[in-house]
Design a protein around this ligand. Sequence first.
Ligand code: NAD
Length: 370
Amino acid sequence: MVAEAAQSGRRESRTARPRYNRAMAHRVTLIPGDGIGPELAEATRRVLDASGVDFDWEVVDAGEAVMAEYGTPLPEHVLESVKRNRIALKGPITTPVGGGFRSVNVTLRQVLGLYANLRPARSMPGLDTRYQDVDLVIVRENTEDLYSGIEHMVGRDAAESIKIITREASERIARFAFDYAVANGRHKVTAVHKANIMKLSDGLFLESCRTVAAEYDGRVEFEDRIVDNMCMQLVQKPELYDVLVLPNLYGDIVSDLAAGLVGGLGVAPGANIGTEAAVFEPVHGSAPKYAGLDKANPTALILSGALMLRHLGYPVEAERVERAVRAVIAEGSATTYDLGGPAGTSEFADAIIDRLAAESQIPAASSISA
Ligand code: NAD
């Protein structure tokens, strides 16, 4: 479990895990986002409200829609809301290519110290994929590497981007990956790098992973792979891998690859976890061409919501939501276009809610891994 991951290691918990009184509603910041975000957020909110957990949603807008009013896509009150509630569920936000404002997603991660990006990629029956039994967890460092945003022109015809890798951030993400593995009964962590070429930066990342791996010796296996080889291996034999830990850029790319192995962006959930807050969001973007058409697949945001339920300490409810999603996808008649089905976003959500209602009397098995 996400939250347990932070607690299982030998050190004190460093990730945000609010201690809630179960008698009270959980106040969660809901950022619907741009493009298809609002309709997916509404579908997800309805599913989570049917999960049996009581939520008090604080809805705040960020992204393109608020630019004119606030002069920024990430107004201060949105940031304050996430800081106050320490938990947010977020739809995708459009980032203009080239000029325009800086990515809201990158800013949120950096400002809130959301250092770990967790992206499970698990096969689901009913999806038309090349593999049936993929079960990977991608742990991506979220705060540095080439995403530090340090770039400059060198004269008119050359540009430099600075890649930052620190021992502190590398050990922190490695420890998160190992803690996650221990808490979820995972057997192996693979560090992914290009230390043969970037001997200093990626070399430091690998060295940090090795240092942390030694603390888990005998509990979790450790190995490393060069990123290009890793991509080939994931396409040829994904079943050999379990938890992967990567610096920011490779993590971004490899997690999309992993999403492709299990059915694509429409079904890939994610979580950004830090010491002060956690933000749950799908891997996919705002898909503007489908905005407002009630067409997009809500699965990724709903499964991000299930990760959030686990983080809040509701593994049984999280599992119920995941089971309902899997059942509707396996059955196939109420899924969206990208999964080959005839339904729209809201009809898909209705089918999941019906399933939850039908199963509400069946006790859920013990927690499954995220
Ligand atoms: P995208 O993920 O928005 O869409 C790519 C394609 O994938 C879509 O055209 C659609 O065919 C499909 N797709 C994506 N999500 C889907 C869903 N839920 N259901 C069905 N089909 C879906 O990627 P993009 O076009 O590269 O990016 C669009 C915008 O989103 C950009 O501005 C980008 O910066 C932004 N973005 C935001 C986030 C985020 O907020 N975390 C992540 C990625 C991209």
